[in-house]
Design a protein around this ligand. Structure first.
Ligand code: FES
Length: 235
C-alpha cells in the first residue's frame, strides 16, 4: 500500500503517493512542466532533460519525470535558471541534426517546434552539426527521417512496451547514436514489425511519419498510445 505524502510544488502543498514522480504529481494537479522524452503510459527514461526542476536542498537540477516524490519535497518548476537551461537544451537538439521545419511533414504539429516557440528559441547560439543522415523509406506505409530524430526513444518504448514487438533500439554512443530497426535492418525488412504505427504516433517530431503526407499535414495522436497502456493497467 503506497504511503500518502505531501509535497510543495511552486509553493502549493499537494497530496501525493510514494511511487509517483514529480512530473506525475505536477500533471495530476494542472501544473505544467515541459517534457519531450516522457510519455504517459511508457517507462520514463529521463533522457531529454527538458523537465528539469529545482528541488529545495539539492544543489543540482533534477528531472521531474524520473524523480520520485517524498514527504516534504519542495519543488520549483519555473525560474530564470530553468528557463535558460531548457532553452539551451532545445537549441542543442536543433543544432545536432537537420531540423528544417519549413519542409517538414510535422511542422505545426511538432512537439520540439512548439516547445522552441514556447521558450523563445528564435535562433540557435551553437554551431549546427549538419550531419549527413539517411531517410529510411523501405516500409510500405511509414518513413523514418533520421535528420529529425531527437533520440527520445518514445518509439522504442511504445513498440516494446505496448505492442510487444521491440523492433526499435538506439545503437551507438553520443553523436553516433542512431535509431535502428531490428539489428540495423531497413524498416521495410524488419520481420518483427507489425505495421501497427504506434511508434509513428509516439514520435514527437517529423522523424517518423506516414507516407503520403505533404508539409504540415502529418498530425499524431500521442494519446492513443497512453490510452492503450492505461486500459491494460485497468484490466
Ligand atoms: Fe524528463 Fe525528458 S521528459 S528528461
Amino acid at each position: 500500500m503506497p504511503d500518502k505524502v505531501k509535497v510543495r510544488i511552486d509553493g502549493e502543498v499537494i497530496p501525493a503517493t510514494t511511487g509517483q514522480t514529480i512530473l506525475e504529481v505536477a500533471r495530476a494537479n494542472d501544473k505544467y512542466i515541459p517534457a519531450l522524452c516522457y510519455m504517459e503510459g511508457l517507462t520514463a527514461v529521463g533522457s531529454c532533460r527538458l523537465c528539469m526542476v529545482e528541488v529545495q536542498g539539492v544543489a543540482r537540477l533534477l528531472p521531474a519525470c524520473t524523480t520520485p516524490v517524498q514527504e516534504g519535497l519542495s519543488v520549483s518548476t519555473t525560474s530564470p535558471q530553468l528557463q535558460s537551461y531548457r532553452k539551451m537544451a532545445l537549441e542543442l537538439l536543433f543544432a545536432e541534426r537537420n531540423h528544417i521545419c519549413a519542409v517538414c511533414v510535422s511542422s505545426g504539429h511538432c512537439e520540439l517546434q512548439s516547445l522552441a516557440q514556447e521558450h523563445g528559441v528564435t535562433y540557435v547560439r551553437y554551431p549546427y552539426n549538419f550531419p549527413r543522415l539517411t531517410v529510411d523509406t523501405t516500409h510500405p506505409r511509414f518513413v523514418l527521417d533520421h535528420n529529425r530524430c531527437i533520440l527520445c526513444s518514445r518509439c522504442v518504448r511504445a513498440c516494446a512496451e505496448i505492442e510487444g514487438a521491440h523492433v526499435w533500439d538506439i545503437s551507438g554512443r553520443g553523436i553516433q547514436s542512431r535509431l535502428v530497426s531490428e539489428l540495423s535492418r531497413p524498416w521495410g525488412e524488419a520481420t518483427t514489425c507489425t505495421s501497427c504505427g504506434k511508434c509513428v504516433q509516439a514520435c514527437p517530431t517529423g522523424a517518423m511519419a506516414e507516407k503520403g503526407w505533404a508539409v504540415e499535414e502529418m498530425t499524431k495522436d500521442t494519446g492513443k498510445v497512453s490510452h492503450l497502456s492505461s486500459m491494460r493497467e485497468t484490466r
